[in-house]
Design a protein around this ligand. Structure first.
Ligand SMILES: Cc1cc2nc3c(=O)[nH]c(=O)nc-3n(C[C@H](O)[C@H](O)[C@H](O)COP(=O)(O)OP(=O)(O)OC[C@H]3O[C@@H](n4cnc5c(N)ncnc54)[C@H](O)[C@@H]3O)c2cc1C
Length: 505
């Protein structure tokens, strides 16, 4: 075989990459990623009075001064084409009475431009569409039930992966190109809207390979997860606030108008901090959609309806208790808009990557879009790179073949991230977190990766001695103009050993 691309992850970014490539292997762990859970929709300037430059301007306004303008211009310009691509593949988006795409509005968007499906079940419809399209393609092999452990290296860059097969054996798979599309870091935090499958494994593997990483300190906390005993926490989509739902405290008082001129539609970090401050002060906070949505709830927001009624709450007639929760990582593996990383042979797309589109804060509904646009670019970029299968000795990080699947149970690392590297941070808490994470890696995937991911995020947060976007330091509460730039780090590659041939496949 002269070439074989391995795409790790089967969310929107991984499947878009695979569909745009030919002859590839998609390797993915059991369960699903965040894409399936996406509610609000996909941002695209397809409305009558909307334009990609207006979409790009809103993206940059929320990004707090450190987004890459050219990346925002490229991704927003290609958004309408990506929506058409999904429709051609069979995606059924909601339409208005005139048969045009029904467009929602979310915080930070000055226009209605959110394309959605089944009200608030956009991710499920998009993933159904992409999965069916992949199943029709004989040149795409899907290896389900496999867990990425590490990246294989040669002197010429990345040349494959070490992964646990469904039986739990670590196997080396050589490749001419590897695409990491493993999603974000949500499950590294105690409270998250992300599924447990998404725990920063791709980021950790890239760090051990010495890939350049960017903007790790910028973690978005969604203001309104349903405050119930569940993991992950059900999301109350921002589209509810877009439709006029309001945030109230225990006394029934609406507090956001006092805090920001755009009230409930202020940027997510502003709303998340306002809610978090009240909860830390001992109050409870609720999202009241009784007037804004009321009786239409079951049809308009079926996903939220199911979550709320499942918890014994009727959102037509009573406010829903809310809490912020980790939702999205703006940082990740540094890439350009084509998904190219600093390591030859390695590409990244979707939430695991950091193209600079989101800067210090992500505009709602831009991430499904980014995953699709960059995923398609990755495929083109891999073809033009023309890499062949490795012919020299493969190396893997020491210990990669001894790793096991996590057995479950509580992880204090998740608490450390939530408590000390969360919505509000300070030097003492970040230093505490770093010292807790500074220990030898464990033997299962989670205890090997979580301390590494946690340490990298905490170190980046400690180095950014200012508050910007989603990164808020109580000891440096204001933006510092001298720090108005992205942050980059290049972790030292882990020690490696030659791969034993009996494991090569
Ligand atoms: C509840 C919720 C609602 C959201 N709503 C929206 C929205 O309306 N609009 C929007 O734009 N964004 C939304 N987002 C964000 C968006 O869904 C994600 O950023 C996006 O789906 C990420 O796509 P992805 O392809 O990068 O990763 P994911 O969809 O998370 O997929 C990651 C894949 O990698 C696999 N994987 C992970 N680790 C490993 C490993 N070690 N080995 C093998 N496979 C692995 C997973 O199993 C999965 O298949 C939402 C997120 C959540 C959680």
């Amino acid at each position: 075989m002269s070439e074989r691309t391995i795409v790790v992850g089967a969310g929107i970014a991984g499947l878009t990459t695979a569909l745009t490539l030919s002859n590839c292997v998609v390797l993915t762990r059991p369960g699903f990623g965040s894409s399936e859970l996406a509610q609000g929709g996909i941002a695209a300037a397809v409305g009558e009075h909307d334009t990609p430059p207006a979409h790009a301007a809103d993206t940059l306004a929320v990004a707090a001064g450190i987004a890459e303008d050219h990346v925002a211009a490229t991704i927003t310009a290609e958004a309408p084409e990506r929506i058409r691509w999904l429709q051609d593949l069979g995606a059924r988006f909601d339409r208005d009475a005139d048969g045009r795409l029904a467009l929602g509005r979310e915080a930070g968007h000055r226009r209605r431009r959110i394309v959605h499906a089944d009200g608030d079940a956009t991710g499920a419809e998009v993933m159904r569409t992409l999965t069916v399209a992949v199943q029709r393609r004989a040149d795409i092999t899907v290896l389900e039930g496999w867990d990425l452990v590490d990246l294989l290296r040669t002197d010429d860059g990345v040349a494959g992966v070490v992964a646990l097969d469904p039986a739990g054996s670590a196997i080396a798979l050589a490749a001419s190109a590897v695409v990491l599309a493993t999603g974000g870091i949500g499950a590294a935090y105690l409270h998250t809207t992300n599924p447990p499958e998404v725990a920063g494994d791709g980021l950790a593997a890239a760090a051990r390979a010495g890939a350049r990483l960017a903007d790790l300190e910028f973690v978005q906390f969604h203001p309104t997860a349903l405050a119930v005993a569940a993991d992950p926490l059900p999301l109350l989509t921002e589209a509810l606030r877009g439709e006029g739902a309001v945030l109230i405290d225990d006394t029934g008082r609406r507090f956001m108008p006092d805090i920001h001129p755009r009230a409930e539609l202020a940027p997510r970090d502003v709303v998340a901090r306002a809610i978090s401050a009240r909860i830390r002060g001992g109050a409870r906070v609720f999202l009241d959609a009784t007037d804004a949505v009321g009786r239409a709830f079951p049809e308009r927001f079926p996903t939220v309806w199911a979550a709320a009624t499942g918890a014994g709450i009727d959102p037509r007639s009573e406010p829903m208790p809310v809490t912020p929760a980790e939702h999205y990582h703006m940082g990740g593996i540094a890439t350009d808009a084509d998904g190219r990383t600093s390591l030859p042979g390695l590409w990244a797309a979707g939430e695991v990557a950091s193209t600079g589109l989101h800067g210090a804060n992500r505009l709602a509904s831009n991430s499904l879009l980014e995953g699709m646009v960059v995923g398609a670019h990755v495929a083109t970029s891999i073809r033009s790179a023309g890499r062949s299968m490795p012919t020299t000795t493969l190396h893997a990080p020491v210990g990669a073949f001894d790793v096991t699947r996590p057995t479950g149970g509580a992880s204090t690392d998740r608490e450390t991230l939530w408590d000390h590297v969360g919505i509000v941070r300070d030097a003492d808490g970040l230093t505490t977190a770093i010292s807790r994470f500074d220990r030898p890696p464990g033997s299962d995937l989670r205890s090997r990766n979580l301390p590494l991911v946690g340490r990298l995020i905490a170190e980046a947060a400690l180095a950014r001695r200012e508050s910007r976007g989603a990164h808020h330091r109580t000891d440096h509460p204001h933006p510092d103009p001298s720090m108005a730039r992205r942050s980059f780090t290049e972790p030292a590659p882990a020690s490696t050993a030659p791969v034993r041939l009996r494991n090569a496949a």
